[in-house]
Write a new protein. Sequence first.
Length: 282
Amino acid sequence: MAGYAEGIIFFNFAADALLLFVTGKLSGRPFQLSRLLAASLAGTIPVWIYLAAGPVGLLHKSLTVIMPIFMIRIAFKITGVTSLISTVLTFYFIVFLTGGILFGFQSMYTQYAIGGKWSLVFFFIVSVAISFYFIQRRLFSLNSSRRIISQTVPVSFTLCGMNWSGQGLIDTGNALCDPISKKEVAVCQIDPHEEWPDVLFKEDISDLLHLPDNWTEKLVWIPSKSIHAESQLLASFRTDSFTVWINGKEQKTDRALVTFTDKMLSDDHSFGCILHPNMVRE
């Protein structure tokens, strides 16, 4: 009987640890292994009470319902009420989804398995793995892609004393980057009537050699197959500062490169810059 009880406690501990790990990954919350194990250990308290005193009615049920709140608090050190509720709901969603998949596997086993006995632990691990894949790769990725494709954000940057500001489109198809430094490139529309160097509007790239020295120092050549020509070197420049605003929060980067065009990027003038998606990671 003692071995049976220890097995139940250990399984509950391992299951809670795995569920908390998946919750942290899906919620994007950092965690320490020691805190995650401590939270999983706290999750075994209702099991200890049940094994020691048997079914105790409302007390045991109440502990089972509210214990995940304390587990989430211990594992991720969450202080805000909204964040705590959101993470707890994510935890419960994973539990319910995993339980449904586990029930389906168990039903298939009882109906179609011919010989041998599969471990419940194996069923549980496979269920959590499939749940994690389904949520992250199917639901979250799909919703994130739909949101990003249509999103525009405020952008501003400075370069050699010139300031540019406007709306930038987050383009998941923009893969322009410096192959050496891996810095991402934004495509910005500029007006010939403004005080930009005249050579930026010329098609012959050799004219860029006549840029002022402070511009030449920031010049970076990028291989390109999608801007202006099938295959050529594209002139880009290291910005002095580059800022985007995501959900009202200012985000600065020193990794930005910009290239310029005087062609209209948006027919309805809804944006004047095309951003690499890595430039707007939260």
